[in-house]
Design a protein around this ligand. Structure first.
Ligand code: HEM
Length: 279
């Protein structure tokens, strides 16, 4: 095992103590003084053994444990604080959006004559529909707020500098895609407000130099707003953009694990005593 790989947590190590082992600390016995494990201890042993076997089975076939241990037990600099949780909070918001989105997709119909009714049906008739729709709607705002706070943290702490420039660039792509999620999702309820807001948004895109008109045509799915626009926004919102976000989050986290976390800027580098030869 490499020096960098921290040991497997105790509860996952194979061959947990056998029932009745003398050197097994914390064992109370069945209370009759005969050294036999109690029913609770037997169950605990069974659960530990089962977990260790499953982990062992998966590890033998994937070789994933050194990577996972390296990732989960990686060193973090002194002075890390709550601001460092903003990236994970953004990720949690993305997971929540994905889960609630799957449930909404079970009832939503991306058809101009059905979209509004199906969204109203989710709110008014589906069990917990209003809650799930509300979570998805507010969750999109929460994710955008969190992503900007996370961006602000990495900027203020200088985490965009060498060697993390690529992770910053991936972050910018994630920001653009997250905003695109908000834009494409806004049309889906297909009420007056979402329709006209999207018309304005697409027209703003159309005013881009050179690529503007092509971009607007692509978003509308032709020269006019209609069924093609809704299907297109639905496909982008449901498949393409979340797929890209998930892949980029994977690359982002890989780089975080590989490069480590930036120390807070107010921590000075430790001074090393120089030897005579070095002076
Ligand atoms: C879906 C969006 C995003 C997710 C899920 C995400 C997730 C994360 C996580 C979990 C970390 C490690 C913990 C932390 O430092 O907070 C991290 C670090 C980082 N993120 Fe993001 N991030 C996202 C967007 C962004 C954006 C928009 C930027 C900047 C444009 C960015 C730049 C960085 C950088 C430079 C680091 C390294 C921080 C360091 O070394 O201290 N990320 N990200």
């Amino acid at each position: 095992m490499s020096k960098l790989t921290p040991p497997l947590p105790k509860f996952l190590r194979p061959t947990p103590p056998r029932p009745g082992d003398k050197d097994d600390p914390g064992r109370n016995g069945d209370g009759n003084g005969n050294g036999k494990p109690s029913r609770g201890e037997q169950l605990k042993d069974g659960a530990l053994e089962g977990t260790a076997q499953v982990v062992g089975y998966l590890d033998e076939r994937t070789g994933a444990s050194p990577f996972l241990r390296g990732f989960l037990y990686r060193k973090t600099p002194k002075g890390t604080n709550w601001f460092y949780t903003l990236g994970s909070a953004t990720m949690f918001a993305f997971v929540s959006q994905s889960v609630t989105g799957v449930f909404l997709a079970m009832y939503y119909q991306p058809d101009v004559s059905r979209a509004y009714e199906s969204a109203a049906h989710i709110t008014n008739e589906v069990f917990l529909g209003e809650l799930v729709r509300g979570m998805h709607r507010w969750g999109s705002t929460v994710m955008i707020v969190l992503i900007f706070l996370h961006l602000g943290r990495t900027f203020v702490f200088g985490a965009y500098k060498y060697p993390r420039e690529l992770n910053w660039v991936i972050g910018v792509l994630l920001l653009v895609l997250t905003l695109a999620m908000g834009f494409t999702g806004y049309l889906l309820p297909f009420d007056q407000r979402s329709f006209w807001a999207t018309v304005v948004g697409v027209n703003i895109n159309a005013s881009n130099p050179v690529i503007g008109p092509y971009l607007a045509d692509f978003l509308r799915g032709g020269a006019e707003f209609g069924g093609a626009t809704l299907s297109r926004f639905y496909a982008l919102h449901m498949l393409l953009i979340p797929g890209l976000i998930a892949a980029l989050i994977g690359a982002h986290l890989y780089l975080v694990a590989k490069l480590g976390t930036t120390a807070p800027p107010w921590l000075k580098a430790e001074k090393k005593e120089l030897s005579k030869e070095e002076i």
